[in-house]
Structure formats: structure tokens, C-alpha cells
Design a protein around this ligand. Structure first.
Ligand SMILES: Cc1cc2nc3c(=O)[nH]c(=O)nc-3n(C[C@H](O)[C@H](O)[C@H](O)COP(=O)(O)OP(=O)(O)OC[C@H]3O[C@@H](n4cnc5c(N)ncnc54)[C@H](O)[C@@H]3O)c2cc1C
Length: 308
């Protein structure tokens, strides 16, 4: 536990180094990154999603990138997301979009981020699609939930968001959102957060996860159980069976490249399984979070860098 904790924070800290970023970006996609990232272009991503759909899996996609700091940049990202939504619908893929509000301007202008996401959620609703707002570092949490609530108050339903079980505050956030009958993805949490606000111990994060899912299902939410954790997956299935919670009330979600055999076996049991399938040239921070989640991934990645 100690080793994996040190590795996780070491990797997340190292990820902030510009030199490391240049080195990894220069070589990574041709080697290790392609395991977790569905290509650098939308065309490549569409082929991956088509294969997932053919295997009975749903998908969402994300144009990788975060923390855009200029208005013109966020306008470009918003237009690109409109094209992505249109393409997914035109190709009749069982796929929607998950995005980060910092990619739409949240770090420097909350109103701009709201206007951009409002435009995208309206567009998604008009063409029968859906947008999930990812949850980022805790500094963005209040603004992200406020934007989600504002969208719902404006009558948008084709939108969901994410809660992270590592944060102590999440049960309170859930209680606040439940009256909206929200569509929520529950995750453990992927960022480095201090012990003042987040459980340092994995067993507490896991325990909180199950409590949050249970409370959310009892409270009428639609839940995306986003984890690769066998024990949590088994317990959620058992809870649903025991309490007669229909399979139209929840789905499982996993990441592209992580436990693909498990994804297929759960889909074969006729649960809805969605695979998060991101693409784009700015894949570096995303890759670093995936490596930090499992130190074994790092050795896999370094070996493939060295082998080139
Ligand atoms: C669909 C989806 C969306 C997400 N969205 C967000 C978000 O919006 N905000 C956020 O903070 N976090 C998000 N996450 C990440 C999440 O917070 C966790 O960091 C991540 O899912 C790893 O935790 P776990 O639940 O799989 O459990 P863990 O206990 O970390 O892992 C359980 C088992 O899964 C396997 N595993 C887990 N991760 C990996 C990996 N990277 N590579 C290989 N094997 C692995 C291992 O075998 C491990 O034993 C998302 C995760 C998923 C699946």
C-alpha cells in the first residue's frame, strides 16, 4: 500500500515536469500510450468505437485536453465537440461525449465555460445524444457542480456529471443533487488530493464508493458505476439483484485499454457496459493519470519506450 501510494504521487508529481512531457509526447503514442488512447484523430477514434460497439459495448469519447486558458482556444474546442457529436450520430454509433470544463474555459472564466457547455448540451439534446461533465481537481468541484445544477435548472436533461468517492464531502454533494434525479458517474478519483479533503487510504475510498452508489440508487439517480474493481462490481450486481433495481437504472463504465476482457464478460451478462474512449494529440496528462493508477502500467510503458 505504501509503495503504491508513493508511486502514485511520485508519478503524478513527475507528470508536471516539462522535460518529461516533451520526452513522452515525442515517443509515447507510437508505443505505450496507444493502449489507453484511441488515436490522435477523430477518424481513428471512430474506428475504435465501431469495434467496441460490434463487441456489444457502448462508448463515450473525449477530445483530450484540459486547462485551456484563452477564449479562442475554448471556442475551437467547443466547435470540435459539435463536430464530434454530429459524427457519432451520423455514424450511428452507440456513443456519446464526456468533457472537462477546464477544456471549455473553467479555469479563467466560469461564464464562458457555462456558455460553451450550454451550447454543447443543447446541441447534444437536439440530435439525441448526451454529455457527461467529468470531475477534475477539487479546486474546480464547486464550479463544476454549480454549472451542472444551472444546466438542469435551465431544463437540460441530456447531461450528467461525476462524483469522486475519495472526497469526504461527496455524500453531502450527492444529497444536494439527488432531488434532480441526476445521471451520475461514480469514480474513486484520479487526482492528487490532500488528506484534509480526501481519504488517503484505499480501503476508505472503496468503502465510501459502495455507500455512495447504494445511496444514489436508493435516491432515484441513474448511476454509472465507473470502476475496474471486481469486488465493487460484484457487490453492485448483488445489491441490484437483492433489491430489484432494474438494469435500466445503472451501467458499468471502464476505460479503454483497462481490463478489456472484464468489459466483455460483463456485457455478455447483459449489463450495459460503456468504455471511455478518449482521443486527441494532447493525451499526456490523461496517460500520466492512467500510469499512476497502477504502477505495473509504468513498467509496461517504460519497457515499450526502451524497446523502440
Ligand atoms: C469511465 C471512467 C471515467 C472516469 N472519470 C473520472 C473523472 O471524471 N474524474 C476522476 O477523478 N476520475 C475518473 N476516473 C478514474 C477513477 O477515478 C480511478 O482513478 C480509476 O478508475 C481507477 O480506479 P478503479 O475504480 O478502477 O479501482 P482501483 O482499485 O484503482 O483498481 C481496481 C483494479 O482495476 C485495475 N486497474 C485500475 N486502473 C487501472 C489502470 N489504469 N490500468 C490497468 N489496470 C487498472 C487493477 O487491476 C486494479 O486492481 C474514471 C474512471 C473510469 C473507469
Amino acid at each position: 500500500m505504501i509503495v503504491s501510494k508513493v508511486s502514485r504521487s511520485a508519478i503524478l508529481h513527475a507528470a508536471e515536469s516539462d522535460r518529461l512531457q516533451r520526452l513522452v509526447q515525442g515517443h509515447g503514442m507510437r508505443v505505450g500510450a496507444a493502449r489507453f488512447v484511441a488515436g490522435e484523430t477523430l477518424d481513428e477514434c471512430v474506428s475504435v468505437i465501431r469495434r467496441l460497439n460490434e463487441a456489444g459495448l457502448h462508448a463515450n469519447t473525449t477530445l483530450l485536453g484540459e486547462a485551456i486558458l484563452d477564449p479562442a482556444g475554448t471556442a475551437e474546442v467547443t466547435e470540435e465537440y459539435e463536430r464530434i457529436l454530429d459524427r457519432l450520430v451520423a455514424e450511428k454509433l452507440r456513443a456519446n461525449v464526456a468533457l472537462k470544463l477546464t477544456h471549455l474555459g473553467l479555469s479563467f472564466d466560469v461564464e464562458r465555460a457555462y456558455a460553451n457547455v450550454d451550447r454543447l448540451v443543447s446541441h447534444a439534446a437536439a440530435i439525441g445524444s448526451f454529455i457527461r461533465i467529468d470531475m477534475e481537481q477539487s479546486e474546480h468541484l464547486d464550479a463544476t457542480l454549480a454549472i451542472y445544477e444551472r444546466l438542469r435548472a435551465a431544463g437540460h436533461d441530456a447531461v450528467g456529471t461525476v462524483l469522486q468517492s475519495y472526497l469526504y464531502r461527496t455524500p453531502d454533494d450527492l444529497a444536494r443533487l439527488l432531488p434532480l434525479r441526476p445521471n451520475l458517474r461514480i469514480v474513486k478519483g484520479a487526482y492528487l488530493e490532500p488528506a484534509e479533503i480526501a481519504y488517503p487510504e484505499k480501503r476508505d475510498v472503496d468503502r465510501a464508493y459502495l455507500e455512495i452508489v447504494e445511496h444514489a440508487l436508493h435516491g432515484g439517480a441513474y448511476i454509472a458505476v465507473a470502476t475496474h474493481d471486481d469486488s465493487i462490481i460484484a457487490r453492485v450486481k448483488a445489491l441490484a439483484d437483492r433489491e430489484g433495481i432494474g438494469r435500466d437504472r445503472f451501467e458499468f463504465q471502464m476505460l479503454y485499454g483497462v481490463r478489456p476482457a472484464l468489459q466483455r464478460s460483463i456485457a455478455a451478462e447483459r449489463y450495459k457496459v460503456l468504455v471511455a474512449t478518449p482521443f486527441g494529440p494532447d493525451w499526456y496528462p490523461y496517460l500520466m493519470r492512467r500510469l499512476a493508477e497502477r504502477p505495473a502500467n509504468l513498467s509496461f510503458f517504460l519497457r515499450s519506450l526502451v524497446r523502440r
